[in-house]
Design a protein around this ligand. Structure first.
Ligand SMILES: *[C@@H]1O[C@H](CO)[C@@H](O)[C@H](O)[C@H]1NC(C)=O
Ligand SMILES: *[C@@H]1O[C@H](CO)[C@@H](O)[C@H](O)[C@H]1NC(C)=O
Ligand SMILES: *[C@@H]1O[C@H](CO)[C@@H](O)[C@H](O)[C@H]1NC(C)=O
Ligand SMILES: *[C@@H]1O[C@H](CO)[C@@H](O)[C@H](O)[C@H]1NC(C)=O
Length: 316
């Protein structure tokens, strides 16, 4: 049997949702047997096979054989972080862990909406047609933050990936995923705003960058507004500043746009706890995941961007 027929056969099975769930537990030998039993003809297969799906499968098949090759680049190498983030996006696109295997540490944890669960039970197993993706890099703690929007999912997902500093391998994938029913959720609308705003998310010139400490302090001050009446004074409010909250956008394209509209006026609320940070100094951004205790312990994702020391953009 020709190699491309095998590949195409895999794709057919992968496309069949009822079989799809089981595919993930099959070995290559079992897959091959299944293809033979199903008696798919090459004519059938080539009809539905596209070059890009062929490529995904081809890469997928190579994975088991490339796993043994060690990542011999330095830890916190931007390329290592970026390869893992790309593998994560590819895995989410395919709805399968196969493409992630080469970058994972032997023991790694998967966290979804603040709960440690098996990745096999997570949103990673849902193939998503991804419309938007952006990754920020923390070269000090060896971590990335990736934002994904799949309007047809519909899903808006934020993911912090942490690496072993010595090995470069992925030790945790921490995801906050929102979908229909989530607070202010409308992925199509979020996508529209993000597409308008993201061209502005480019690396800052050194003169406009802040220290890691200042970037984190700005995010912390914001999240402290729930339980601290003085926190508001510590936020370096900038103008214009736009806030994208779920699918609600505060920006009106005015030079006086502010992120202070609708901030908490009751400072006696339960705090935002268990904060995890990914700080990208070049971008001026910090992604903070936390437990929003006041909102029934909801999993909460925030992203702040400072330019010239001032808060100019905020997503949650
Ligand atoms: C969940 O995973 C995190 C690592 O991301 C770890 O620090 C924590 O101890 C784990 N919690 C449990 C209950 O296993
Ligand atoms: C989501 O937003 C889009 C674009 O603004 C809009 O057309 C659609 O009606 C909204 N969907 C819901 C369920 O509100
Ligand atoms: C508010 O909550 C944060 C996070 O738990 C904590 O670090 C901070 O000390 C709290 N502030 C006050 C004034 O209680
Ligand atoms: C911003 O300016 C416009 C007029 O240019 C005004 O109508 C609006 O109230 C201002 N907004 C704030 C928040 O000051």
């Amino acid at each position: 049997m020709r190699f491309d027929v095998v590949l195409t056969g895999l794709y057919v099975i992968r496309s069949n949702l009822s079989i799809c769930a089981r595919l993930r537990m099959w070995s290559p030998a079992e897959l091959l047997i299944t293809i033979l039993i199903k008696g798919l003809t090459q004519a059938d297969l080539t009809k539905i096979m596209t070059p890009s799906s062929m490529m995904i499968l081809f890469l997928g098949l190579l994975v088991p054989y490339t796993k043994a090759v060690p990542l011999n680049q330095a830890a916190c190498d931007r390329n290592v972080l970026s390869q893992a983030a790309d593998a994560y996006v590819a895995a989410q696109t395919a709805g399968s862990l196969i493409l992630l295997q080469p970058v994972l540490a032997t023991s790694w944890v998967y966290v979804e909406n603040n709960k440690n669960i098996s990745a096999a039970a997570g949103v990673l197993m849902t193939a998503l047609d991804i419309d938007h993706r952006r990754t920020n890099y923390d070269l000090v703690t060896c971590a990335t933050y990736t934002e994904i929007i799949a309007a047809s999912g519909p899903y808006v997902i934020g993911t912090q990936i942490r690496h072993d500093a010595a090995e470069g391998t992925v030790i945790s994938i921490d995801t906050i995923a929102s979908t229909t029913g989530s607070w202010l959720f409308n992925a199509t609308k979020t996508l529209e705003y993000v597409k308008k705003e993201d061209p502005g998310w480019i690396p800052l010139p050194v003169s406009a960058q802040s220290t890691r400490e200042a970037i984190q302090a700005a995010g912390d001050a914001y999240l402290d507004m729930w339980n601290d009446s003085h926190a508001h004074e510590k936020v370096p409010w900038g103008t214009p500043c736009v806030r994208l909250e779920g699918s609600a956008y505060t920006g009106k394209g005015q030079p006086n746009d502010t992120c202070q509209a609708g901030i908490p006026s009751n400072h006696n609320q339960a705090p935002n706890t268990h904060r995890r940070y990914v700080i990208d100094q070049e971008m001026g951004s910090v992604s903070i995941f936390c437990v929003w205790e006041h909102m029934m312990n909801a999993a909460d994702s925030h992203e702040f961007r400072l330019e010239n020391g001032k808060l100019r953009s905020k997503r949650e």
